[in-house]
Design a protein around this ligand. Structure first.
Ligand SMILES: C[S@@+](CC[C@H](N)C(=O)[O-])C[C@H]1O[C@@H](n2cnc3c(N)ncnc32)[C@H](O)[C@@H]1O
Length: 276
């Protein structure tokens, strides 16, 4: 088995796949006949569906991300179904959940929450699990992403708490206590330089935020206030080096920037706003 493992790792290494050992372990897990967690040092060849494993390795050699191969990605406290129509949930986006928890101390409150650009619904579902009495509306423009979001809501048994709608922000007529969004914010230059794992296998509609990457912040500065009550909060994720542009955009709105939070890499990552 060792020989087989080494050969597979070498194949991945030769294609410059980062973390080949970890990737192989995840693919072996997917191709394992048993549901038990595999231990490499203890692995028996008869426990693995080798034909299937070979297919999985070929997909990884084409730079398809592991998450898109095994159709699963972890976020906050749960696993989510993902495919090529949704962005893979990112660890830095968990900061949005932390910021909501920081602002809302009483988890039993009956909150009305809006998630703009829900994708896999990872934020909506994580918030629904944290705030069990809340009702969440999650919107997205992508028909295919909406299907993934609905599937995840069903898988997590949260249909009574979360409503998924294919809608543009401007067409929404309700008001909410909390509004959150991780919008597309990659600009044209960054988009052109994205690594193949992202550019080839993640949807452009989830990444591209217009020529300067700021299209959605301009939309938020105009629209979000209309969906907020007096004491509502709005939390959004921003991209690397977008803080000063975002400050400028929102300075012309009826929103007051209350908090800027950094992610674990010390990058300004979320903005929290109140209404004037
Ligand atoms: C960066 S992804 C975020 C996905 C998910 N919320 C997350 O954090 O992993 C942005 C999402 O916004 C959606 N989107 C793009 N343009 C939109 C629009 N005009 N209105 C609503 N959603 C939009 C995309 O389809 C995508 O699912």
């Amino acid at each position: 088995m060792n020989d087989f493992l080494n050969k597979s790792i070498l194949k991945l290494k030769n294609k410059n796949i980062p973390n080949p050992e970890l990737d192989l372990k995840l693919l072996l897990q997917e191709a394992s006949f048993s549901k038990k967690e595999i231990i490499l040092s203890n692995l028996k060849i008869e426990d693995i569906n080798l034909k299937y494993l070979d297919k999985l390795i070929s997909k990884r050699l084409s730079r398809k991300p592991i998450s898109k191969i095994i159709k699963k990605k972890y976020f906050w406290k749960s696993a989510f179904y993902v495919n090529s129509y949704v962005l893979d949930p990112r660890p830095e986006t968990e900061l949005i959940i932390e910021e909501v928890l920081y602002n809302i101390k009483d988890k039993n409150q009956k909150l009305k929450i809006l998630d703009v650009g829900t994708g896999s619904a990872c934020i909506a579902i994580s918030l629904a699990n944290e705030f069990k009495n809340s009702k969440i509306t999650a919107i997205d423009i992508s028909k295919n992403a909406i299907e993934v979001a609905k599937k995840n809501v069903k898988l997590h048994n949260l249909s009574n708490q979360i409503t998924i709608k294919r809608l543009k922000l401007a067409d929404l007529r309700q008001k909410f206590d909390i509004i959150i969004s991780n919008p597309p914010y990659i600009n044209q230059k960054e988009y052109n330089k994205l690594q193949p794992e992202i550019k080839k296998f993640e949807p452009r509609v989830a990444l591209f935020g217009g020529k300067d990457g700021l299209r959605f912040y301009r939309l938020f500065a105009k629209e979000i206030e209309k969906k907020m009550k007096k004491k509502s909060i709005f939390i959004c994720e921003i991209g690397h080096k977008q803080l000063s542009s975002c400050k400028k955009i929102f300075s012309n709105s009826n929103l007051i920037l209350k908090k800027i939070s950094k992610d674990i890499n010390k990058i300004d990552r979320t903005l929290t706003f109140f209404k004037i």
